[in-house]
Ligand binder design. Structure first.
Ligand code: ZN
Length: 132
């Protein structure tokens, strides 16, 4: 069953986006092992490379509160198209994901979203296991 609360939190986080250069608002919500939802938005910078994506903001928010296990993630960018995480964010999701089957909601609105697993959007990923 879809986590509607997580989806709603991502939608409201999108409103906090700081995106004066792209005007492309993104919101994300991450459910961690402490049972709490941590949100994030994209935060742009005049030096474009310093920009942070919504997914990473949400994940870093949760990790900075002591979490290490990401259970589910919801993401909303464009409300007319499904916006997927960028490559860097897929790698960061992989770092903390509970499993390859971790659910990721790609949202257009509260009633229109798709569910993917991490393995579907980043197969054959490089993980901490590769360093062992
Ligand atoms: Zn990203």
């Amino acid at each position: 069953m879809a986590n509607i609360k997580l989806i709603k939190e991502a939608i409201s986080a999108r409103e906090k986006a700081y995106c004066p250069y792209s005007n492309f608002k993104v919101g994300a919500a991450a459910l961690f092992e402490d049972g709490n939802i941590y949100t994030g938005c994209n935060i742009e910078n005049a030096s474009y490379g310093a920009t942070n994506c919504a997914e990473r903001t949400a994940i870093f928010n949760g990790v900075s509160k002591g979490n290490k296990v990401l259970k589910e993630l919801a993401l909303i960018g464009d409300v007319n198209n499904y916006t997927y995480p960028c490559g860097i964010c897929r790698q960061v999701i992989t770092e903390f994901a509970e499993s390859k089957d971790m659910k990721i909601y790609i949202i257009k609105n509260e009633n229109d979203y798709i569910e993917k697993t991490l393995d579907e959007i980043l197969p054959g990923s490089f993980t901490k296991k590769d360093l062992e």
